[in-house]
Design a protein around this ligand. Structure first.
Ligand SMILES: C[S@@+](CC[C@H](N)C(=O)[O-])C[C@H]1O[C@@H](n2cnc3c(N)ncnc32)[C@H](O)[C@@H]1O
Length: 192
């Protein structure tokens, strides 16, 4: 567990509902947890006061970090600009039709946990434009995804839009998926 490390405020945003619609921790969850555990030195340098997990699902990741305050919101809609030191997101990343992703987002049922639309990017692409504005000056963003999300293109996009540097920090094959975790930071992390 990472809980010894973070102390202050943690927000977690998600589409909360009854348990049937809560995503059970799976290979993707565990890859993100492992990547965070391996990245403790970088996280420590970020001196996080506010750690925010989008789409917390079971809470398996965020409860490993600290005390939590739960906020129900769509993506970063409830967040004050410049306040988030560490942002975590294991989004709905599975490539599906646009209709399937839109249905999940509208209904907020279990399909919202995985249905990612074309290239699995519909939800992530909605988040990216706001990233630079919402992260604090030392903010770091950890994103889990799958190869079909085109991580190289994501990295180039965030760098061009926000001047943030992307680094692939973990990869794992899980059944038929090639999962990755990418870390986006404003500058070269001191401990990297
Ligand atoms: C792949 S699951 C990950 C759940 C959990 N973080 C984990 O790793 O086990 C994706 C999560 O994103 C949430 N989600 C989907 N669309 C969202 C949105 N527009 N705003 C906030 N959360 C969203 C889903 O409800 C689900 O909890």
């Amino acid at each position: 567990m990472l809980s010894w490390f973070f102390g202050l405020i943690v927000l977690t945003l998600g589409v909360l509902g009854d348990w049937a619609n809560v995503y059970e921790p799976s290979d993707d969850t565990y890859l993100l947890l492992d990547a965070l555990a391996a990245d403790l030195a970088v996280l420590r340098d970020a001196l996080p006061g506010v750690v925010l997990e989008l789409g917390s699902g079971s809470g398996c990741i965020i409860t490993g970090l600290a005390q939590i305050l739960v906020v129900r919101a769509d993506l970063l809609g409830a967040v004050r600009p410049g306040t988030v030191d560490v942002l975590l997101f294991n989004p709905p990343y599975v490539p599906t039709s646009e209709e399937e992703a839109a249905g999940g987002q509208a209904e907020r049922d279990i399909s919202a946990a995985w249905a990612g639309g074309p290239d699995g990017r519909v939800v992530v692409d909605r988040l990216l434009p706001d990233l630079g504005r919402l992260l604090s000056a030392r903010g770091v963003f950890y994103l889990l995804g799958v190869r079909e999300n085109r991580p190289d293109e994501l990295a180039a996009q965030v760098e061009a839009q926000h001047g943030m540097r992307a680094e692939l920090i973990a990869e794992r094959r899980a059944q038929n998926e090639r999962l990755f975790v990418m870390r986006f930071s404003r500058s070269q992390p001191a401990s990297a």
